[in-house]
Design a binder for this molecule. Structure first.
Ligand code: NAD
Length: 490
């Protein structure tokens, strides 16, 4: 697999060309399944960020992009989707090597999902429209007015993304931004820059003019912060932690830059006493352990009706105990590594703290004796509902905390007792109870008898500290355009 990386250009992509950092500095990228270094990529300086933003600004204002008709933008995005599909095996392998996820998920979600999103968003390029309005001005006498609105691209977009779904999170931003006529500077996470670099190369091959799509590889506090602050950036589209989201939101608020924030979560999974236990166990396992729990909507708080608590929680613990850990490339592997040594230490520390505060570890929680950044799927029973920090704080790893409840009002109150509001799921066969919970839960997405199902047509985003703005669906037109009102006297 290492040949994959050896064969690719590991550089930034600015103004249609590969380049090193202006300082020559680089940082290491690892294979999380072994802990081995697999590449060095440029550590972008402020000058590099400035060059990328200026290139995107120049492209935005150039005739090559500004006057391009919507159908041509659509065709370019469709071409990019075709190229990604054609190179899908390479991209999937690169993502598994760099991020650690199972190869099947890299194929289905990183590549398959990205192709699906690109094609869906390509269609929006030709469907952006305004409205006509009859104003009521009564003067000067005899003069009439024709008024309308149109949506115009917001401008140069800084897209800053995390490492959990490197390619998909990038495409979630790039595809709608380009469909709406913006230009983009993408900063992938420092842990997982490789597929973003390759995607830029494909965009160039698809025919996007130089500067329309740039990639700077760099660290958050330096390159990321420089991008956010750059005066020629019109909008920041960020996915990442709530902590960094607050910093970015503050900066953009001061600069009055447009900003959309997709942030953290602590999503509740609520199992009612009438549930089908087999489905509820499978569902709760998928909700928390998929992608090693490194999912913003991971169902990390489990609330089970007291009469079913032992049955459901021990069922989940049995699955966790039997889970086979290994490289994402091995067919028998059911769970891969976490993304980095640093993240593994953070997750392991939170498990220890959960136990110290009185949680009972009934699965996992032990060190994994192998190289790489592994954490066993862990289930913490909190049957007497102690105020554990792990119930409040996002772990972003394969760690579930389970609590019993006695009635629907109680579970609704505890489910909503969180600074986050990204996702939630309800497991029941009773429609009236499902709808009551759907009504009451404070979250951007509520699933019933399923979890983590996302679609390009379905708006996605957070309530409360889980974010501001929506991605996907027609909401993206508002995310990447401004309304211009036009008023003509005649
Ligand atoms: P992170 O916030 O540490 O980093 C995300 C990105 O921001 C990275 O590219 C990083 O380099 C950059 N960054 C860091 N500091 C910055 C700064 N000061 N200025 C500008 N950019 C900066 O998050 P992470 O650890 O990479 O990802 C995990 C987090 O992302 C979790 O909290 C998770 O819930 C969240 N997430 C949310 C969604 C969603 O759609 N709501 C999706 C995936 C992940």
């Amino acid at each position: 697999m290492q040949e994959l990386v050896r064969g690719m250009r590991k550089q930034m992509f600015v103004d249609g060309q590969f380049s090193t950092s202006s300082t020559g500095e680089t940082f290491a990228v690892f294979n999380p399944a072994t802990g081995d270094e697999i590449a060095q990529v440029p550590d972008a300086s402020n000058d590099d960020v400035d060059r990328a933003v200026k290139s995107a600004r120049h492209a935005f204002e150039s005739d090559a992009w500004r006057t391009i008709v919507p159908a041509a933008r659509e065709r370019l995005l469709l071409k990019l989707a075709d190229l990604l599909e054609a190179n899908g095996d390479e991209f999937a392998a690169l993502e598994t090597l760099n991020q650690g996820k199972l190869l099947g998920f890299s194929k289905m979600l990183e590549v398959g999902g990205s192709v699906q999103w690109l094609r869906y968003m390509a269609g929006w390029a030709t469907k952006i429209e305004g409205s006509t309005i009859d104003p009521s001005f009564g003067f000067p006498p005899g003069v009439r007015y024709n008024a309308s609105t149109r949506r115009v691209p917001v401008g140069v977009v800084a897209a800053i993304v995390p490492w959990n779904f490197p390619l998909l999170m990038a495409v979630w931003k790039i595809a709608p931004a380009l469909a709406c006529g913006c230009t983009v500077v993408l900063k992938p996470a420092e842990e997982t820059p490789l597929t973003a670099i390759r995607l830029a190369e494909l965009a160039h091959e698809a025919g996007f003019p130089p500067g329309v799509f740039n990639v700077v590889t760099g660290r958050g506090e330096t390159a990321g912060a420089a991008l956010v602050k750059h005066p020629q950036i019109d909008k920041v589209a960020f996915t990442g932690s709530t902590e960094v989201g607050r910093i970015i939101g503050k900066q953009c608020g001061g600069d009055l830059k447009r900003v959309s924030l997709e942030l953290g979560g602590k999503s509740p999974v609520i199992v009612l006493d009438d549930c089908d236990p087999r489905k509820a166990i499978e569902g709760a396992v998928g909700a928390i352990f998929f992608n090693q729990g490194q999912v913003c909507t991971a169902g990390s708080r489990l609330y089970v009706a007291r009469s079913r608590f032992d049955e459901i929680v021990s069922g989940i613990a049995s699955v966790a105990n039997a889970t086979v850990l290994g490289s994402g490339f091995d067919a028998g592997t059911q769970m891969g590594p976490l993304v980095s040594a640093k993240h593994r230490e953070k997750v392991a520390g939170m498990i220890v703290q959960g136990a110290r505060e009185g949680g009972e570890i009934i699965a996992g929680g032990k060190d994994v004796e192998r190289p790489g950044f592994f954490v066993r799927p862990t289930v913490i029973s909190n049957s007497d509902k102690k105020p554990l920090s792990i119930v409040k704080e996002e772990v972003f790893g394969p760690v579930l905390v389970a609590m019993p409840y006695d009635d629907i009002d109680e579970v609704l109150a505890v489910a909503n007792n969180s600074e986050y509001g990204l996702g939630a799921s309800v497991w029941t066969n009773q429609l009236d109870r499902a709808l009551r919970l759907v009504d009451g839960i404070e979250a951007g997405t509520v699933w019933v008898n399923t979890h983590n199902m996302l679609d390009p047509a379905l708006p996605f985003g957070g309530f409360k500290s889980s974010g501001i703005g929506r991605e996907h669906g027609k909401a993206i037109v508002e995310t990447y355009t401004e309304t211009k009102s036009i008023c003509i006297a005649y």
